[in-house]
Design a protein around this ligand. Sequence first.
Ligand SMILES: *Cc1c(COP(=O)(O)O)cnc(C)c1O
Length: 393
Amino acid sequence: MRYVYADNAATTPVSKKVVEAMLPYMTEHFGNPSSLYTIGQTAHAAVQTAREQVAAALGADAKEIFFTSGGSEADNWAIRGAAALGEKKGKKHLITTKFEHHAVLHTMAALEKQGFTVTYLDVYEDGLVRVEDVEKAITDETCLVTIMYANNEIGTVQPIAEIGKVCRDKGVLFHTDAVQAVGHIKIDVKEQNIDMLSLSGHKFHAVKGTGALYCKKGIRLPNLIEGGAQESGRRAGTENVPGIVGLGVAITDMCENLDENMAKVKALRDRLFEGASKISHSRINGSTEKRLPGNFSMCFEGIEGESLLLMLDMNGISASSGSACTSGSLDPSHVLLSIGLKHEVAHGSLRLSLSENNTVEDVDYILEVLPKIVDRLRSMSPLWDHIMENEKQ
Ligand SMILES: *Cc1c(COP(=O)(O)O)cnc(C)c1O
């Protein structure tokens, strides 16, 4: 049986190039970057190189990059930090959207318990936030706007530069969770008026537990971890040197091959959309244009996404119903509900996220297997019978 990995939005395999770059920092260059002798300084220089690589990928300055343990940590730091800065000035209002990652939504919920007010902006049927809505929601009390760059379930890409401009004009900090976007589409924090940005290594072929926060010069975000002088004293603790080296290599590799990868992955994804759209009672979730090249998200009426995933897995295909974090719970995804899908439709969701490692053969295999599974599940589904009966009337 063929094996097809189509869940790159959940995580990616570490590339050979990244593994090879990391290995020496676990063996001969194992030194502590804070040590003054040679092997310590070799490690220190490697961390610095990675910082420059991450900065170059974002159009930032190396001094604006702070390494973290991943996307969730970077999100927490940016949001809690901006809230603390706001509170000092008596500004206790934050703005976000209804379809953020839980790293953002749960941080917001924690802040609400501490007396902050949060506006959760609507997302429209196309999976996009409206710039006018952001503008209208900003008040004199607002200390932060945080809106994800690209959604992890439906892949829609937000008008980041325009939102950034509105925030800058109004003097409000703007953070974006760009975990799904970095390495997959072009980003420039200066051109796009971004004050803070979160990224995560394992979403682009570096290792899990690595990530970074870009924080624009001049923003005095409170320290995240007190201790040594690492990360300019703002996030103490001996650096994850191999992980950071891998992050730098991975982001550089992705950026060097960006145009080529985007074209390849988009062609594969469009082939998937075309084939899967032939299945009756199906719909594509969100805009097909303003979308990550590798993201496929559809709903098939009359079936349960979880059963679909299990059957795909039995056929050697790794996929997702939405975000990995909500899998295992029976509630339909908050993202699909936010774009106006009914519960029963949202239940039949499927996300396939492709990478440049996928092939036309992978896609054709999925398109061979998927319609059969959907038919099979519908033939056993009382919900499907109900839909069919309603149509006859
Ligand atoms: C994966 C993901 C995160 C979390 O990143 P970790 O490195 O796993 O903590 C945050 N936001 C989005 C949009 C993600 O896709």
